[in-house]
Design a protein around this ligand. Structure first.
Ligand SMILES: Nc1ncnc2c1ncn2[C@@H]1O[C@H](COP(=O)(O)OP(=O)(O)O)[C@@H](O)[C@H]1O
Ligand SMILES: NC(=O)OP(=O)(O)O
Length: 311
C-alpha cells in the first residue's frame, strides 16, 4: 500500500463549472481505482484560472453595484477551495457509490504559512485568471496600474501576483487525523490560503497565490507520501518545448531535471514549479517518486504508461 498525493492543475480543470465537473468526472474513476488497489490518496488542486475569475467577477460587480464588496485574493482562494472541493467531493462520491464503496470524501479549507519576508512579495510571478492578447494586457495595465500582466508559456498574457513559498500547513494535524480515519482528503487547494503569524500568534492572510505544485510537494512530505502525481494539461514534460525540436521525456533524474531548469527549459510559473516541486519531494527521502502527467491520461500515468517520472 502506498500513500499518494495527487495534485490537479487549475488549467487542466477547464474554463467553466460545466467543463470542470466533466474533467473531474473523468478523473474520478482512476482516482477511486487507486483506492481499490489498496492505496491511500490525498488530493490537492490548483486554481490559478479560477482565483482570477472569482476576483474579476467581484471587481466587475462592485464597479456596477455598491452593495457588492471587492474580494481580496485570500478570500478568492478560499472560495476556489470550496468550489473545486465541492466538484471533487461530488465526482469522487458518485464514483465510490457506483463501485459500492463506503469511503467518505471531505475537503479541508487549508491555510498555508508563508514568510512575510519572502522575496516573491517584491516580484509577482504567479499567473492567475484568463489569457489575454498583448493589446488587451496593455489596456488592462493602463486602466489599473496596480495590475501586472506578463506572457505565460506562449499561451497569452495573464495577471501576475506574488507567490511566496509554502512553509507549513495550519490544518496539518486535522488532515493527518482524517487520513488515519480512512477519509479521502482534499486539502491545500489552490496552494492554500497564504497566512503569516502576527505578533499575537494569530494567523493573518496576505495578498498572494501560492503555487500548488510547491504546496503539494510540501503536503506530500508532511504526510509521508510515497508518490506525488502532478496532473496537468500536457502528457509529458518536454525539452525544447513548443519548438520543432521538442522532445517529450519519459523519465529524468533529479540531476537532469536541475540541469534543464538551469538551461531555462521549463516555463516560469507553469512547468518549472512542477519540476522543482518534484525534485524537492523526490530528494526529501529515499524511495520517493514524482510523476508529471496529463489529467486526461491519469489512468495510464498511474500504471507507468504515460507521463514523466522524476527519480
Ligand atoms: N518544458 C515544458 N514541457 C511541457 N509543458 C510546458 C513546458 N514549459 C511550459 N509548459 C507549459 O506548462 C503548462 C502547465 O503549467 P500550468 O498550465 O501552469 O499548469 P496547471 O494549471 O495545470 O497546474 C503546460 O500546459 C505547457 O503549456
Ligand atoms: N495555485 C496554483 O498554483 O494554481 P494553478 O495550478 O492553477 O496554477
Amino acid at each position: 500500500m502506498s500513500r499518494i498525493v495527487i495534485a490537479l492543475g487549475g488549467n487542466a480543470l477547464g474554463n467553466s463549472p460545466k467543463e470542470q465537473q466533466k474533467m473531474i468526472e473523468n478523473a474520478a474513476a482512476p482516482l477511486v481505482g487507486l483506492i481499490t488497489q489498496g492505496h491511500e490518496i490525498i488530493i490537492s488542486h490548483g486554481s490559478g484560472p479560477q482565483v482570477g475569475m472569482i476576483q474579476l467577477a467581484f471587481d466587475f460587480a462592485s464597479e456596477r453595484n455598491p452593495r457588492v464588496a471587492k474580494m481580496k485574493l485570500p478570500e478568492c482562494t478560499a472560495m476556489s477551495q470550496g468550489y473545486i472541493g465541492y466538484h471533487l467531493q461530488k465526482g469522487i462520491k458518485k464514483e465510490l457509490h457506483n463501485q459500492g464503496m463506503p469511503w467518505q470524501v471531505v475537503t479541508v479549507v487549508t491555510q498555508m504559512i508563508v514568510d512575510k519576508k519572502d522575496p516573491a512579495f517584491l516580484n509577482p510571478g504567479k499567473p492567475i485568471g484568463s489569457f489575454y492578447s498583448e493589446q488587451e494586457a496593455k489596456e488592462i495595465m493602463e486602466k489599473d496600474p496596480s495590475i501586472l500582466m506578463k506572457e505565460d508559456s506562449g499561451r497569452g498574457y495573464r495577471q501576475m501576483v506574488a507567490s511566496p513559498k509554502p512553509i507549513d500547513i495550519v490544518e496539518r494535524d486535522s488532515i493527518v487525523k482524517l487520513l488515519d480515519h480512512e477519509f479521502i482528503v482534499i486539502a491545500c487547494g489552490s496552494g492554500g490560503i497564504p497566512v503569516i503569524l502576527d505578533e499575537n500568534g494569530d494567523y493573518e492572510s496576505v495578498p498572494a497565490v501560492i503555487d500548488k505544485d510547491y504546496t503539494s510537494a510540501k503536503l506530500a512530505e508532511l504526510v509521508e507520501a510515497d508518490y506525488l502525481f502532478i496532473l496537468t494539461a500536457v502528457d509529458y514534460v518536454a525539452i525544447n518545448f513548443g519548438t520543432p525540436e521538442q522532445i517529450d521525456l519519459m523519465e529524468m533524474t533529479c540531476e537532469e531535471a536541475k540541469r534543464y531548469c538551469k538551461e531555462g527549459q521549463f516555463g516560469a510559473g507553469s512547468m518549472r514549479p512542477k519540476v522543482e516541486a518534484a525534485i524537492s519531494f523526490v530528494e526529501s527521502k529515499k524511495g520517493r517518486t514524482a510523476v508529471i502527467a496529463s489529467l486526461d491520461k491519469a489512468p495510464l500515468a498511474m500504471i507507468g504508461k504515460s507521463g514523466t517520472r522524476i527519480v
